[in-house]
Write a protein that binds this ligand. Structure first.
Ligand code: R5P
Length: 300
């Protein structure tokens, strides 16, 4: 078994190779003056081969490099090709919400499968629809234990776990179960034309004196979490903490989160863009990610 880190690997390749006691090497890369990409893979003879990448901050570049690598390896006769991509971009466009919208999430997975990828190991993939459509390809890890252990250390009782929308309820339920506390689900309404999103926290929910833990898959602009945090604090919550699998932290998201009253945001090391902020803490997902890889690829 061999592990190759593609350029955006967020540091997981080397750790996984050490834990799996196999070799690790890095691809070399550059960008030509006109913007085209160059990639050179290290020589490796044996299989299975695990490519490690991620798709943030530069989704399109990372995907092209992954496609290039798979095509090249296939042309050299490699057949046991696997990829670890802890953050998989385009997962939110999993349907044609408006007529004519391309289903980019499906297109990406289809290309990976057509290029000979056997399994794609991801962390907390956004779309249940895509996971079901590509169940033979996608191996998803819900990092509930890593996130719940953090909450156990960082957030005082009494706690309540908050799912920002119905899609997040499974994740919230799993974490609340590990913590032995209740969870609640916020209703989300999105205007498909303007993109405007509104949230409604159940009125009957008693929140006074609780420390709330909002759990989401992605923190991007921070808008979702900031809006819910402000509402929770206005309802008597003591502290609002955020745990999420993928911290993209786009634009002024950190300022937005900080001014909303959020105490701390813990995210996993699934992307290669890390922010320096007292508000943000990074948790290592390697251990939880290793289990499904070992299940599919027992050490030979
Ligand atoms: C949406 O369905 C996702 O689960 C996240 O809630 C969303 O991507 C967060 O985005 P933002 O931080 O921009 O509000």
């Amino acid at each position: 078994m061999h592990v190759i880190s593609l350029p955006p690997d967020p540091g997981l390749g080397e750790k996984l190779a050490t834990l799996m006691k196999c070799s690790h090497a890095r691809a070399t890369y550059k960008t030509f003056p006109d913007g085209e990409l160059y990639l050179r893979l290290p020589s490796t003879a044996g299989e299975p081969l695990i490519l490690v990448s991620t798709t943030y901050p530069d989704q399109n570049r990372s995907l092209m490099e992954l496609f290039f690598a798979l095509e090249y390896l296939g042309s050299k006769g490699f057949r046991e090709l696997y990829a670890v991509v802890p953050y998989m971009a385009y997962g939110r466009q999993d349907k044609e919400f408006l007529e004519g919208e391309v289903v980019s999430g499906r297109a990406v997975l289809r290309m990976l499968r057509d290029l000979g990828l056997r399994r794609l190991f991801v962390v907390d993939m956004h779309s249940a629809v895509l996971m079901s459509e590509f169940k033979d390809l996608v191996v998803n890890t819900l990092p509930a234990r890593t996130l719940a252990d953090y909450v156990g250390r960082a957030v005082r009782v009494p706690r309540i776990v908050i799912a920002p929308d119905v899609g997040a309820s499974g994740r919230a339920e799993a974490i609340a179960k590990l913590l032995g506390c209740e969870y609640a689900v916020v209703s989300k309404f999105r205007d498909r034309i303007t993109g405007e999103v509104t949230h409604r926290v159940p009125e009957e929910l008693s929140l006074e004196g609780f420390n709330a833990v909002i759990v989401d898959d992605i923190v991007s602009t921070g808008g979702t979490v900031a809006s819910i945090a402000k509402h929770l604090l206005s309802r008597g919550v003591e502290e609002v903490h955020v745990i999420a699998s993928h911290g993209l932290f786009v634009g002024d998201s950190l300022a937005k989160l900080s001014s909303s009253g959020v105490r701390r945001v813990a995210v996993l090391n699934t992307v290669s863009h890390h922010v320096e902020s007292d508000l943000v803490e990074y948790l290592d997902v390697t251990g939880e990610l290793l289990e499904p890889i070992r299940n599919v690829l027992p050490t030979r």
